[in-house]
Design a binder for this molecule. Structure first.
Ligand code: HEM
Ligand SMILES: *[C@@H]1O[C@H](CO)[C@@H](O)[C@H](O)[C@H]1NC(C)=O
Ligand SMILES: *[C@@H]1O[C@H](CO)[C@@H](O)[C@H](O)[C@H]1NC(C)=O
Ligand SMILES: *[C@@H]1O[C@H](CO)[C@@H](O)[C@H](O)[C@H]1NC(C)=O
Length: 319
């Protein structure tokens, strides 16, 4: 009988730690279960509707989450507009004239603010919308941990330094991703996101006119819409075979020297990542599994939790 009080004490401490969350700032898939039970369904409906209207929006929403997480962590800093007192990230070189999908996020946010005031963060909306986008285009699903909070700051400098440029060679891509604790294998898996969406002429012009590791008829067909000067914003699909389907065609293109960006083709150019590209060609399920796991890891990049940051009322401005 002497052990009974101890057992009670242990159970009490355990219950206490569950509710207070001692020693952990981990994200929790059930974070909104009682505080906003319709949050996930609301986001899914809005994303699915948007993607049905315009398939590319799925790609744009996936990229928003990436550009959020690589800069100060997944804190919705990417969504903040410039004001007199805050410099946002939207004018950074990788973002300007390029990021899109902001309206979808703003619309989701206003629906959620009607449903449950001040509860669901913009950073969580980005993470869930990215997952729902991939699913809507035929890709894998994964469980999104929740409970991120929104930043009150942004960093134009970090956006310019931490987001990889399409002109990087393999070594520099590996370094850029290792700074965020990703392996070279995870770089390859995550780059598979370029199985959907589009890029502007200015991001691949030097590749299609000057590089030799490119299929010549592929290069020619791109040159028709992307002139050697001007028309910077002319779009071409990142995956020339199935631009709206989340499949492994991106990797098949690389094997055929038909990667659109210099950085894409770097993953299959005789270097250390060649073999994983081939694995993803022969084993599409492994690609989807690895991609999903790497997305979970990306979504865990230094989130604000607990009392840190805030829950923004509007995603484009600090409260
Ligand atoms: C490996 C380094 C990466 C580089 C150098 C890179 C670079 C780029 C560039 C230059 C574009 C076209 C932007 C434009 O023309 O305006 C683009 C588009 C895109 N990127 Fe990446 N990216 C990388 C990794 C990723 C990752 C990790 C993801 C997501 C997990 C991602 C998702 C996308 C998507 C979905 C698009 C198409 C967006 C749209 O159509 O709106 N990228 N990327
Ligand atoms: C925020 O900035 C974007 C351009 O980045 C602009 O289109 C939008 O109207 C701005 N939103 C508000 C509410 O000022
Ligand atoms: C990478 O891991 C190290 C060691 O665990 C940690 O200190 C650092 O904050 C991590 N970097 C990011 C961007 O999460
Ligand atoms: C191709 O490379 C040459 C020599 O480096 C450069 O002058 C030219 O501007 C490049 N062309 C394009 C379209 O990038």
């Amino acid at each position: 009988m002497t052990s009974l009080p101890n057992l009670k004490l242990i159970i009490t401490l355990w219950l206490f730690s569950c509710f207070v969350g001692i020693g952990s700032a981990e994200l929790d898939p059930n974070f909104y279960l009682t505080t906003c039970p319709l949050a996930l369904a609301t986001i899914k409906t809005a994303v699915t509707t948007a993607v049905l209207e315009e398939r590319r929006l799925g790609a744009s929403l996936l990229r928003l989450h990436f550009h959020d997480c690589f800069v100060q962590g997944c804190d919705a800093s990417v969504l903040l507009n410039d004001t007199d007192t805050l410099t946002g990230e939207k004018t950074a070189f990788p973002n300007a004239n390029s990021l899109r999908g902001f309206n979808v996020i703003d619309n989701i946010k206003s629906k959620l603010e009607t449903l449950c005031v001040g509860v669901v963060s913009c950073a969580d909306i980005l993470a869930v919308a990215a997952r729902d986008s991939v699913v809507a285009l035929g890709g894998p699903t994964w469980t999104v941990g929740l409970g991120r909070r929104d930043s009150t700051t942004a960093s134009l400098t970090a956006a310019n330094s931490d987001l990889p440029a399409p002109f990087l060679d393999l070594d520099d891509l590996i370094t850029a991703f290792s700074k965020k604790n990703f392996t070279a294998d995870e770089l390859v898996a995550l780059s598979g996101a370029h199985t959907i969406g589009k890029a502007r002429c200015t991001t691949f012009r030097s590749r299609i006119y000057n590089e030799s590791n490119i299929d010549s008829s592929f290069a020619k067909s791109l040159q028709a819409s992307c002139p050697s000067a001007g028309a910077d914003d002319k779009l071409s699909p990142l995956d020339s075979t199935t631009e709206n389907i989340f499949d492994n065609a991106y990797f098949k293109n690389l094997e055929n020297k038909a990667g659109l960006l210099h950085s894409d083709q770097q993953l299959f150019n005789g270097g250390s990542t060649n073999s994983l590209v081939q694995t993803y060609i022969s084993d599409p399920l492994k690609f989807k599994k690895d991609f999903a796991n790497a997305m979970i890891k990306m979504g865990n990049l230094s989130p604000l939790t607990g009392n840190e940051g805030q829950i923004r009322t509007k995603c484009y401005q600090v409260n």
